[in-house]
Design a binder for this molecule. Structure first.
Ligand SMILES: Nc1ncnc2c1ncn2[C@@H]1O[C@H](COP(=O)(O)OP(=O)(O)OP(=O)(O)O)[C@@H](O)[C@H]1O
Ligand SMILES: [Mg+2]
Length: 271
């Protein structure tokens, strides 16, 4: 859990981002990730969630995006001009939307590729053990081609590959996308465990039930702006989030229950 006395690991201040100078994807965004915490970033399609992660991982330029104004500070210093390789080496690691594993490489080769960007080579073997401990199914299938894995297993591999870089702040882009409720529940549990082991997490999700069950605090992005923020438990109960993301009567997910107190069962957000 977040320790209030620690400086935040990430501070986004008044951030504005455009694509091709015309599409205004983010405007005036303020988001803080406390050291050691899990922060959920919710929002519907096109809200700007992936754009924020691209800004943090130094990959915005590759998509013709540009920071127009504002500032991002990671571990106390500005991210301005930091390239993707340096972000990874500094422990700022993005697991992209849609998994993007190398389907013709084996599970183990995918993990090795994830470790290439790590600063300290001596951490690779323990990182791999950590991944196999978190995802025993990947250990069982280490010599198989990644393309043969199920969707859920491929998502686990994508997260595992990110962990190989030794992240201090792990950026996850919609890990629940397209997965069955039971698998989403497992992914949620693993995110908690990764956090418990000391990694801060910024979790982008459309599945509000899972995300709010795992996170300490949460933000809602609405057409490029933060429209709501607060403790995850409080957001789960807010009328706006209930209405937008947690419509009742939908099928139930087995995602982890909210951390503090509330045992209210929330239905899964449906597209
Ligand atoms: N490479 C790009 N060039 C131009 N516009 C883009 C580009 N990438 C994203 N956009 C636009 O920026 C806005 C924010 O997109 P973004 O992908 O960040 O949203 P998102 O919240 O991640 O959505 P989703 O839930 O669908 O993944 C959208 O209007 C989108 O069309
Ligand atoms: Mg996205």
């Amino acid at each position: 859990m977040m320790d209030e006395t620690h400086a935040p690991i990430l501070e986004v201040r008044d951030l504005a981002v455009t694509y091709g100078g015309v599409v205004q994807a983010l405007r005036g965004v303020d988001i803080t990730v406390g050291e050691g915490s899990v922060v959920a970033l919710l929002g519907s399609n096109g809200a700007g969630k992936t754009t924020l992660l691209r800004t943090l991982s130094g990959t915005l330029k590759l998509h013709k995006g540009r920071v127009e104004s504002g500032e991002v500070r990671y571990r106390g210093s500005s991210l301005k001009g930091r390239d993707p390789a340096r972000c990874v080496a500094d422990g700022l690691v993005q697991v992209p939307e849609g998994r993007r594993i190398f389907s013709r490489l084996t599970v183990e080769e995918n993990l090795k590729a994830g470790g290439l960007g790590a600063k300290d080579k001596s951490t690779r073997a323990p990182a791999q053990e950590r991944v196999y401990d978190l995802f025993p199914v990947l250990a069982d299938r280490r010599t198989q081609r990644a393309g043969l894995l199920s969707g859920g297993e491929q998502q686990m591999l994508a997260i595992g590959r990110g962990l190989m870089a030794g992240p201090k702040l792990l950026l996850l882009d919609e890990p629940s996308l397209g997965l069955a409720p039971r698998i989403i529940g497992q992914i949620g549990e693993v995110i908690r465990e990764i956090n418990r082991q000391g990694t801060s997490v910024l979790l982008v999700e459309q599945n509000a039930t899972m995300a709010l069950g795992v996170a300490d605090t949460a933000f809602v992005l609405d057409v490029g702006k933060v429209s709501l923020q607060g403790p995850a438990v409080e957001l789960a109960q807010s009328d706006a989030v209930q209405r937008l993301y947690l419509g009742h009567g939908a099928e139930e997910t087995e995602a982890a229950a909210p951390r503090a107190g509330t045992r209210k069962t929330l239905a899964r957000w449906k597209a």
